[in-house]
Design a protein around this ligand. Sequence first.
Ligand SMILES: Cc1cc2nc3c(=O)[nH]c(=O)nc-3n(C[C@H](O)[C@H](O)[C@H](O)COP(=O)(O)OP(=O)(O)OC[C@H]3O[C@@H](n4cnc5c(N)ncnc54)[C@H](O)[C@@H]3O)c2cc1C
Length: 445
Amino acid sequence: MPVSIAVVGAGPSGFYTAAALIKSGQDCQVDIVEALPTPFGLIRGGVAPDHQSTKAVSRAFAKTATHERIAYFGNVHLGRDVSLVELRSIYDAVVLALGAPVDRELALPGGGKAGVYGAAAFVGWYNGHPDFTDLNPNLNVEHVCVIGNGNVALDVARVLVKTPAEMASSDLPDHAAKAIHRAPIREVTVIGRRGPLQAKFTNKELSELNDLMDCVPLVEAKDLPDEVTGRMSDRTHRLAEKNLKTLRGFAQRDVAERRKRLRFLFNARPVEILGGDRVEGLRLERTSLQDERAVGTGEFIDLPCGLVVSAIGYRMAPVEGVPIDAESGVVRSRDGRVEPGLYVVGWAKRGPTGVIGTNKTDGDEVAAQIAQDAGQGGKPGRRALEALLRGRGVRRVTFRDWQRIEAAEIAAASVGAPRRKLVRINDMLEILAKEFSGSQTNEPA
Ligand SMILES: Cc1cc2nc3c(=O)[nH]c(=O)nc-3n(C[C@H](O)[C@H](O)[C@H](O)COP(=O)(O)OP(=O)(O)OC[C@H]3O[C@@H](n4cnc5c(N)ncnc54)[C@H](O)[C@@H]3O)c2cc1C
């Protein structure tokens, strides 16, 4: 009897795991259980809409999903539609590939004011994640502060300053395009507690800012060190050198070159959000670096701004029965083994680090662990989950269903754009109701 395995979460780590399990040669059946009707996790909902080539990896995942031993259970939320206890009683092994979808809190006085968002929510909004479609941020502002020195901060800043023409070949959803392109934003400041050498930007994302049509990237030359110093690996050293070179280029740019400005402010840590009910500014304290830590100098700056987006990291969302480490915000495990028969991969295991491909190693590792641990199988797997969901009236979305949703998105795209995203679950399910009136249970997965 094949070993039955549920992989919960259809992001990169879930798909790499499913592919590795099939490739491992084990006699197994793999069901991918996903909260949204749409697969691919942050590839659809996180990776910037103007970075379509990065999203192309989802084509390989789509191939995985249509493998005869794999089935997709979209629109099935662990913790709402099925509990972890139930899944573990149905499957021989359960792999948690849930990502880390919750913003680390910006614990500042005034952090609760209107106009302060975490990147998970803000990026989710401009990427059409159904949970954030109605975020409705007020973009009637001239100055935006983005807190954080990683690629997510650069994504947010870039998407806010690009022109409609620059976004024409993206899949920025209609609601976000309307709000962003009408906004009077003139300046975005990207703020880092530490210096340019400690920034986590990849050089490709940083250099890309040189090519913006309507916006000039700027940094004060005095904020840049003469050379790369400090304890770091060769790889980090090389990256810091490249980034320093790119930033030196930004320091030479003329503020008058373009209508909008994207400024980098290093060695400044946010200490208070200013304003009444709404954010009106950000108070920062200048820092100096001591043993790689940012230490306040007692010198303060107030930056007026109408929107603050913090991109300072992510943690897991709580799910009943899943042990989450309070400090790190990830699932407690020994190299991915949580409890007998329960495993974790991807950002839920490692936290929010690495690129899409980094998750592949987790998939390979967990496939080997399951092969070692799982024995003969024996639990009912797929049929039992189907019966449970049917009994609860849960509208499971199959991979074929998703392909119909995708076809509708592609058909509705404007010229040059890859798709017009559906951003509400009901609208996605309506497409299925319209296009398919038969019984979903007769459908191949
Ligand atoms: C804003 C942003 C931009 C990025 N840009 C890039 C980039 O340009 N290039 C790059 O290489 N990497 C990028 N990354 C990193 C990359 O997206 C991650 O490495 C990768 O997505 C992590 O994969 P994952 O499967 O662990 O998590 P995720 O991609 O988050 O997938 C988790 C999945 O689990 C599902 N899920 C969560 N809870 C439940 C539940 N209770 N029940 C069922 N399903 C659930 C979610 O809906 C989601 O589909 C970016 C990340 C972010 C945040």
